[in-house]
Design a protein around this ligand. Structure first.
Ligand SMILES: NC(=[NH2+])NCCC[C@H](N)C(=O)O
Ligand SMILES: O=C(O)CCC(=O)C(=O)O
Ligand SMILES: [Fe+2]
Length: 341
């Protein structure tokens, strides 16, 4: 994993860009915010640009850990859920802006209509009642490792996690394809589209019952998107676990949501899972860290923890980033729209 630490000088320089970005824009869920961020990102400190552009273009590993971002007091208590009331400026707008600027060096952030209500900036917080669930808001169970949205044809190139708070040090888990020993025979099997892959439980209508941020015109669209998710549960898309270069392949795997279609495929997936479990590392995110995960070469999950539900809990922000927004144009309302249906 690549590592880069931001010193006080870099923090001050980026803060200046954040002030410019947020002068008259106050929501990271607006397309205009991201258009301006795309312009300002060219003015980020050159060493940081070099490091992130190098990560994007040379693909040295599956993760890039950026540390040292100053987290302000004004972020307030950890929210009880991810629902962000409309018209209220996020108390973490400064940190979110920092995050958006850095993310821009890898690609364009986007949201899914069926996940956290189409928001582009997700809150990952433990939610009371979800303790045992296999979704970002769970806590007491291990969140099994996965490729982010493995079922989705427009899944992210990068999933990024920014840590605002992690008081009991609940680690994110991580492994990358280049560390895995896989036999030739299994490689060949894993390259075939033999893995039926369902949407994860987070893409459900009941998990997205808030509509605050959705304009009226979106409500019907949301229905259409949830119908598609239902259809994908009945008829899951088949994916290949390995793809791309033969010798240096990419990886897409989510055993929790995958059903192998043949016995051979089941065996290969089982051995791959055992190998990932052997190589699984803990990454203990601390406040001011951003972990950029290459969603084509690394998998991630989370260890269990005991949530307190008193405003002091673990709190991450998450963004999905694509290197090519145009690929999903048929499933977005306009060229400038960032919500994939
Ligand atoms: N095995 C899984 N894919 N679990 C679900 C992963 C979490 C999901 N991305 C969420 O936001 O809640
Ligand atoms: O909480 C974490 O560290 C990772 C969460 C995650 O992987 C997810 O919500 O998809
Ligand atoms: Fe995830």
């Amino acid at each position: 994993m690549e590592k880069y630490h931001l010193d006080a000088r870099a923090n001050a320089d980026i803060d200046e860009l954040v002030r410019e970005l947020t002068r008259d824009l106050s929501s990271v869920h607006e397309a205009a915010f991201h258009r301006r961020a795309a312009v300002l990102a060219h003015e980020l400190p050159r060493e940081l640009r070099k490091a992130l552009v190098g990560f994007r273009l040379t693909e040295p590993s599956g993760g890039f850990l950026l540390s040292g971002i100053r987290i302000g007091e004004e972020i307030g208590p950890t929210p009880a859920d991810w629902h962000q009331p409309a018209g209220v400026v996020s108390p973490a707008l400064r940190e979110e802006s920092f995050f958006v600027l850095c993310a821009q060096l890898l690609g364009d952030p986007f949201g899914y209509a069926t996940l956290q209500n189409g928001l582009m900036m997700h809150d990952i917080v433990p939610i009371q009642g979800h303790e045992k669930e296999q979704i970002s808001s769970g806590s007491e169970e291990t969140l099994e490792w996965h490729t982010e949205e493995a079922f989705h044809p427009h899944r992210a190139d990068y999933t990024a996690l920014m840590c605002l708070r992690n008081p009991y040090g609940a680690p994110t888990t991580y492994a990358e394809i280049s560390d895995l020993d896989i036999t030739e025979a299994d490689r060949a099997t894993l390259r075939q589209p033999l893995f039926a892959t369902r949407p994860s439980g987070s893409h459900s209508a009941e998990r997205n019952a808030y509509t605050t941020h959705l304009p009226k015109s979106r409500h019907a669209l949301a229905k259409e998107s949830f119908d598609r998710i239902e259809e994908q549960h009945r008829n899951p898309p088949t994916v290949s676990v390995l793809f791309g270069d033969e010798a240096d392949p990419y990886l897409c795997v989510d055993p929790d949501c995958m059903t192998p279609l043949t016995e051979e495929a089941a065996g290969a997936l089982e051995r791959l899972c055992a190998e990932i479990n052997r190589k699984l590392q803990d990454v203990n995110l601390t406040p001011g860290d951003i972990l950029f995960l290459d969603n084509n070469s690394a998998i991630h999950g989370r260890r269990p923890f005991k949530a307190r539900f008193d405003g002091s809990d673990r709190w991450l922000k998450r963004m999905n980033i694509t290197r090519d927004l145009r690929r999903s144009r048929s499933r977005r309302l306009s060229a400038d729209d960032r919500v994939v249906r």
